[in-house]
Write a protein that binds this ligand. Structure first.
Ligand code: HEM
Length: 461
């Protein structure tokens, strides 16, 4: 059987013509890509976007080859990553040596064992944040789900991973800045060949948001004095490595990694959980089962680590949410050396687009791919599934470092929210994604939070 990189019968990728795809992509980029992925159904195809002609790679075997099998030949670089460099240039979100030292420095903080040791503190922080939400969202005043989730996630991530070095006021300033970044970068991502000297919509909002990040991160980095102690937080780990490497890392390294970790750790979780409410609104039977489980396991108590093993259906719902709406929906790579993949010739310097969003919707890989069905993730199901049929957290050496954090935090948040409230959407929200750096709902999710039956027993202790 030929391997993904066998070159015996190399051919050119089928090219989808400019005139048929560009109008669709301009009208609705995510829908167009989704349709193109479904039509190609695993075949590698080339998108003719004029001077830019990336290859769409969606088959699980091919994804595995790019993210893991021959990862050294697929650099996390190129036109899509360039605009983001202004935000977190040389960090754990880059590639090469800087990525390697960043990852090695931060990895221990995110290992399963260490994250489990933080479960008690995480549950406490989530329970307090959800109780505080009850105070502000009383009287059924409509709230913006993303903004409220950002508050909860920020408190958790800041407390556990930044060791309170960023104050609550500062993190409140970073939330809208982060939001602005994810949406303002879209024109740069959609028009990757336009030089930075040519202004595009969103550029100014992006620059302002970067300034806001710098106004928090730069004084923090400058205020640091050597020997930061043995703190187990992102900032202390970065500073210790920089000291130990005696000047071999650029001065911006700590700042870039702080921004990268804040961005990777907050936005993703917030956006992922924002999708939950429109989905529950459309699937009352899922909501009823979720509510039954949470009522039985958590009831009127504050969430605790020992509730987690009982939250089986909650986990299934979150996994299915990340199948249909994987926040990190586009993982572009650049080919380093020419090679053959799936019988198709790849040239050095070409862009390869890997997308969990597309692979998770392939009709040849998933039964009823567009249907929201948590049963796919019932215990014991999916044992024969290809490792790269489902990869919301990527894979290989760049696999998401926050997987354990997310899995635990998301269960705590969903359980705490649904045991305290009966959220109801102010108006139905179509489950349609909007093109942004992360896969977010096109419309704001506005909801009211009526207290749940046992919510009275739920105040912060
Ligand atoms: C819903 C939640 C999340 C999703 C869907 C997600 C998804 C991803 C994906 C797809 C990648 C791979 C990027 C690539 O291959 O180019 C990634 C990388 C990363 N994620 Fe996450 N992530 C989530 C939450 C988090 C959290 C909570 C943290 C930290 C607290 C985090 C930290 C990181 C870091 C540091 C990387 C870069 C790893 C590397 O390149 O070595 N993520 N994430």
């Amino acid at each position: 059987m030929p391997t993904p990189s066998s070159s015996a019968t190399a051919r050119e990728a089928r090219t989808l013509p400019f005139r048929s795809i560009v109008p669709r992509l301009v009208r609705d980029p995510i829908k167009a890509l989704g349709d193109i992925g479904t039509e190609a159904d695993g075949e590698i195809v080339r998108l003719n976007l004029g001077t830019f002609r990336p290859l769409l790679v969606t088959h699980p075997d091919h994804v595995q080859h790019v993210l893991r099998g021959n990862v050294a030949n697929y650099a996390r670089d190129g036109v899509f990553w360039r605009p983001l460099r202004r935000l977190f240039g040389g960090s754990v979100l880059s590639d090469g040596e800087i990525w390697e030292v960043s990852r090695a420095t931060l990895q221990p903080l995110f290992a399963a064992k260490h994250v489990e040791s933080l479960a008690g503190a995480m549950a406490e922080t989530v329970a307090d944040a959800v109780a505080a939400l009850g105070e502000t969202a009383g009287q059924e005043r409509p709230v913006d789900a993303a903004a409220e989730l950002a508050r909860i996630v920020n408190k958790t991530v800041i407390r556990l991973f930044f060791g309170d070095r960023i104050t609550p006021e500062e993190s409140e300033r970073l939330i809208p800045a982060h939001d602005a970044i994810a949406t303002s970068i879209v024109s740069r991502l959609l028009l990757p060949l336009v030089p930075e000297s040519v202004p595009l919509p969103g550029d100014r909002a992006f620059r302002e948001a970067v300034r806001t990040f710098d106004s928090v991160m730069v004084p923090l980095v400058h205020g640091y004095t050597p020997s930061p102690g043995d703190g187990r937080d992102v900032f202390s780990l970065l500073c210790r490595t920089r000291d130990a490497q005696a000047g071999s890392l650029p001065p911006s390294w700590v700042r870039d990694n702080m921004v990268a970790m804040f961005a990777a750790g907050t936005e993703t979780t917030v956006v992922a959980l924002t999708w939950l409410w429109p989905i529950l609104d459309r699937h009352p039977h899922v909501e009823a089962r979720l509510r039954e489980e949470i009522g039985r396991v958590v009831g009127g108590e504050r969430v605790r680590p020992d509730h987690l093993p009982g939250l089986v259906y909650t986990r299934m719902v979150i996994q299915e949410l990340l199948r249909l709406y994987p926040v990190g929906w586009m993982l572009p790579r650049v080919v380093v050396e020419p090679e053959t993949l799936g019988g198709v010739r790849l040239r050095a310097g070409e862009t390869v687009l890997i997308s969990p969003f597309l692979t998770h919707r392939l009709p040849s890989v998933w039964d009823r791919p567009l249907e929201f069905d948590p049963e796919r993730f019932a215990p014991g199901r999916g044992e024969h599934r290809h490792r790269y049929a489902y990869f919301p957290f990527g894979g290989g050496p760049h696999q998401c470092m926050g997987t354990h954090v997310f899995n635990m935090e998301a269960q705590f948040i969903v359980a705490a929210m649904l045991s305290a409230f009966r959220p109801a959407l102010a108006a139905p929200v179509p489950p349609t994604p909007r093109a942004a750096a992360s896969l977010r709902p096109r419309q704001s999710v506005i909801m009211t939070l009526r207290p749940a039956a046992h919510a009275t027993a739920h105040g912060a202790s």
